[in-house]
Design a binder for this molecule. Structure first.
Ligand code: 4GY
Length: 249
């Protein structure tokens, strides 16, 4: 069973997202366990203070290093191999590939920041990797930790039904998903593409692949740089690119 330890000042943020749906079921089936820890439990004094003013002045507060260091030491004593992850816009972009790799770990410790961030010495000594979930600033590391736990959990065997596996989903070959349809066959005057009603599985597979290539080219051409493309994919893509340069004229 994969263990996720979370260090946070707001453990309540995690409770319902982890109880619901697929993650809730995975926890019940003992495929994963998320253990929530309040950082304040490692703070000292009557008021259990976890933040302090920044050296050099400036706005806001900085998370004190000592409670975090004690918390990580305690968690690591129980889980010596666990990697410590920190969520920040300054981190390496989190991705499908990072999720897949992290799912191979026995345990992960998510250190969630608040205020203006951490004392730099925490990152230098206690953190194994820093990740960003996107180029925007949130009020804390809790939502990024939830996002990462969700994406990582999909790669734990048994978490997803066998019908959709994380290893075979569209992102694993670096392309966007093809469009999907269900009943009714006509909705608001818009018909489902005829090919999907044809029952011809070969034609359907070729149409879906073309849609994936078309969408990726239109919306995220940057992804095509590292996508895994067969000879046939490349031919389809060249056709799609010719069509779109025709349309420009
Ligand atoms: N974006 N990706 C992000 C973030 C905010 C530490 C408190 C992001 O991962 N984390 O915006 N985090 C945190 C950063 C101090 C605010």
């Amino acid at each position: 069973m994969m263990i996720f330890d979370v260090l946070t000042l707001f453990p309540g943020i995690f409770v319902s997202p982890l109880q619901e749906s697929i993650l809730g079921r995975a926890a019940k089936q003992q495929l994963l366990q998320v253990r929530l820890h309040n950082l304040r439990d490692w703070a000292e004094g009557k008021h259990q203070v976890t933040d302090d003013t920044p050296y050099g002045g400036g706005d806001g507060m900085v998370m004190k290093p000592e409670p975090i260091a004690r918390a990580i030491a305690d968690l690591k004593a129980k889980m010596p191999h666990a990697k410590v992850l920190l969520m920040t816009p300054q981190g390496k972009p989190f991705s499908h590939q990072a999720a897949c790799e992290l799912a191979g770990e026995e345990g992960l410790i998510f250190l969630c920041g608040r205020y203006e961030g951490f004392d730099e010495r925490i990152r230098q000594t206690l953190v194994d990797a820093e990740y960003s979930i996107g180029d925007f600033v949130l009020t804390g590391g809790e939502l990024p930790a939830l996002v990462m736990i969700d994406a990582i959990a999909r790669f734990i065997p048994g978490v997803l039904g066998c019908s959709d596996s994380a290893a075979t989903d569209s992102f694993s070959d670096g392309l966007l998903e093809y469009p999907q349809y269900t009943r009714p066959a006509v909705f608001s005057g818009m018909a489902v593409p005829e090919v999907l009603l044809s029952g011809d599985h070969g034609r359907i597979a070729r149409w879906r692949r073309e849609q994936q290539l078309r969408r990726t080219w239109q919306r995220r051409p940057d992804l095509l740089q590292s996508a895994k493309l067969s000879k046939e994919d490349q031919q389809i893509l060249e056709q799609v690119q010719r069509e779109s340069s025709e349309a420009e004229k």
